[in-house]
Design a protein around this ligand. Structure first.
Ligand code: HEM
Length: 633
């Protein structure tokens, strides 16, 4: 217990954090002391790379100790990991001792206890929060840092990991009269989140309808039925159209692993990775002609899922959090501190820090069985990334001087969603859509940037069918966090060992924002909704998201890799095949995947370093200083 340590330092530690620190071991309390000191100076992201990494390492350790809470019972069975050396359709048989952990339909875990907020579900009214603080006034973009491929990518990942199971009972939210004239929907109906007793205590929890593993279920499906829908059952391959895009069923719904709330950009990525899967099958068949359909499918799924996870780790995240420290941190997660060359040569022989989380001998759970969490879902509420229009570019332009293809047409995002979006995508074509999205900046995660078209949205059910009642997504998201007992912003920060805010000026320097926050929440900073706080928070230079959201990522991004048997014990040539593992090792970025399928496209149209930043951006400047020795930004 850190009691004695704490009593001598109680003036140093923020009073609202003392009760949390009092429960820590002495060693952890000491570590907390270090990061708290750095936090008080607002310093970690201004430190040289090595010190920044040390700070993040300590923080991640503390979050692994104090921010992983299991929900529900552990009631799976033992099984033989040797006979199940592939990713199953429903995510069972990944945890080595319990076949159910991480499978479809298990409980969301938590990163902190449910909210203790005294405020009710409607306080302040969700439509008031949506109208006064979220609704887009004028589109604010992310500059050149993040493009529409990056925006679609994260939806592609969300649909791999999470979706809350709904109840059959509906709720209706009616906008209060004083605000209703400014709301696209005066009232809207939606299904409650399904709550079930967890069995381990009196509390209830909610279920994840998807498999939380990083298993590519967004293209392979979340259960046996979904998996059968997407497979050709010939040479291990997935169904795909002659034009390279997804096939559709008789109702016009795409045939892919997840089709809920899809839009053209999202289904484009599903098609690209179905193509990638099929190329892996072709390659494996050449090298291992004895493999049958089932084994080709299983190996190709392992390889493609690992390629997706790698791109997310060392390409997408690095563009999202564009700083030297994060480049180093994310590469350490995959390759370890000693880097790619050492790992390629020697393998993962020196443990997770030196040779990476991937390929480590055993999965690591930090004492808590794997699941994704309620708080993780909440920090990924980033619908402000979506613009109002998609700008289609003309890639047939013959002007060789063009750095950026000329604009052909602007299409409303509303028309790019669902079946209509699929029809339009097939006219645009895969290459043109990739180049167009590559050249368009996505929206910034900030207040007053929530797309208006999402405030009157025809959402889909899990089969991709349109729902009868349109929803106001901005108001619904505020309601969802409260309904699911996710802590409000300040409690969330305290639970993440961050210094809470005491006044609006601690959150933002923007006077206009402060006034709007006061109008909705008065002077009560404890009332502030998480989503609003995350969008209002002053950002770290280079970060496209808030620091508060980032600390959840710091914990979960590592966990998705280190808890997965197929990224640890079974990340080897025996499970993946030698050529399969080589495929993963040689693929570093999304650009590599695009190059593989469209060899001329990036040469002609992509100037920047990553496929996730706006393609006519300058490439990252060369630095002759080794990454770990780079100074403070
Ligand atoms: C055209 C694009 C998109 C549409 C139409 C869409 C629509 C929706 C809808 C209808 C829901 C369910 C709302 C509810 O009942 O609670 C949802 C949930 C969600 N969306 Fe999106 N979305 C889109 C893109 C994105 C993007 C780019 C992100 C970025 C991170 C994102 C993140 C999420 C998250 C985290 C959830 C919560 C999932 C859960 O409750 O388990 N979505 N979206």
């Amino acid at each position: 217990m850190a009691f004695f340590f704490l009593s001598s330092s109680s003036t140093f530690i923020h009073p609202q954090l003392q009760h949390i620190v009092a429960k820590m071991s002495l060693f952890d309390a000491l570590l907390f002391y270090v990061i708290h000191f750095v936090d008080k100076l607002g310093l970690w992201h201004r430190l040289p790379v090595l010190l920044g990494l040390a700070y993040l390492g300590i923080r991640r350790h503390l979050h692994q100790r104090y921010n992983l809470l299991h929900v529900g019972r552990i009631n799976g069975q033992k099984y033989d990991t040797k006979t199940v050396s592939y990713r199953t359709a429903d995510g069972t048989c990944n945890h080595p001792h319990d076949h159910l952990i991480g499978s479809q339909g298990t409980f969301f875990g938590r990163n902190m206890p449910p909210s203790t907020s005294p405020y009710g579900l409607m306080e302040p009214h969700p439509t008031v929060v949506a109208s006064k603080l979220l609704a887009r006034k004028k589109f604010i973009d992310n500059g050149k840092q993040f493009n529409m491929i990056a925006c679609s990518w994260i939806q592609f990942m969300i649909h791999d990991w999470v979706d809350h199971l709904e109840d059959t009972e509906q709720v209706e939210i009616k906008a209060p009269e004083e605000i209703s004239s400014g709301c696209p929907l005066k009232s809207f109906k939606f299904y409650k989140t399904k709550k079930l007793p967890t069995g381990s205590n009196s509390e209830s929890g909610s279920l994840n309808a998807r498999t939380p593993w990083w298993d590519g279920s967004v293209i392979y499906g979340n259960d046996m039925e979904g998996m059968k829908r997407v497979r050709t059952f010939k040479d291990g391959k997935l169904k795909i159209s002659g034009d390279g895009l997804l096939q559709h069923d008789e109702k016009g719904i795409p045939i892919s692993g997840d089709v809920r709330n899809c839009w053209a950009g999202f289904s484009l990525l599903q098609a690209l990775f179905a193509k990638e899967h099929n190329s892996v099958c072709d390659m494996l068949k050449v090298h291992y002609p004895d493999l049958d359909d089932e084994n080709l499918y299983r190996h190709a799924r392992l390889v493609t899922s690992a390629v997706i996870a790698k791109i997310h780790t060392i390409d997408w995240t690095v563009e999202l959090l564009k700083t030297d420290t994060l480049v180093a941190g994310m590469r350490i997660n995959w390759y370890g501190f000693l880097g790619k060359r050492f790992k390629d040569f020697c393998g993962n022989i020196l443990g997770p820090i030196l040779t990476g989380l991937v390929g480590h001998k055993k999965p690591r759970y930090h004492g808590v069985p794997y699941s994704l969490t309620e708080e993780f879902v909440s920090v990924y509420r980033m619908h402000s990334l979506l613009p109002d229009k998609l700008i289609v570019r003309d890639i047939q332009s013959t002007d060789s001087e063009d750095k950026c293809p000329p604009v052909l047409e602007e299409m409303l995002m509303r028309d790019m969603a669902g079946k209509e979006g699929e029809r339009r995508l097939s006219k645009i074509g895969m290459e043109q859509m990739l180049v167009s999205m590559g050249h368009q900046a996505c929206g910034a995660v900030t207040l007053w940037n929530y797309p208006s078209w999402l405030r009157d949205l025809v959402a889909h059910d899990s089969n991709g069918e349109d729902r009868e009642d349109p929803v106001d997504m901005a108001a619904l998201e505020i309601y969802r966090d409260r309904e699911r007992g996710v802590a409000r912003y300040n409690e969330f920060r305290r639970n993440l060992l961050m210094i809470p805010i005491s006044r609006w000026e601690d959150l933002t320097d923007d006077q206009e924002v402060t006034e709007a926050l006061k109008e909705v929440y008065g002077d009560d900073v404890e009332k502030l909704d998480l989503l609003v706080g995350l969008h209002a928070e002053k950002k770290i230079k280079g970060f496209a998201i808030s620091e508060t959201a980032f600390f959840i990522f710091l914990l979960i991004a590592s966990r998705r890799l280190e808890a997965d048997r197929f990224f640890t014990t079974n990340f080897n040539s025996k499970t993946y095949t030698e050529k399969g593992l080589e495929w993963v090792n040689k693929t570093e970025t999304l650009k590599d995947v695009i190059d593989r399928h469209f060899p001329d496209m990036t040469r002609r149209w992509m100037k920047c370093s990553s496929a996730f930043s706006v393609w006519d951006w300058e490439p990252n400047p060369e630095s002759y200083l080794p990454l770990y020795l780079r100074p403070a930004p």
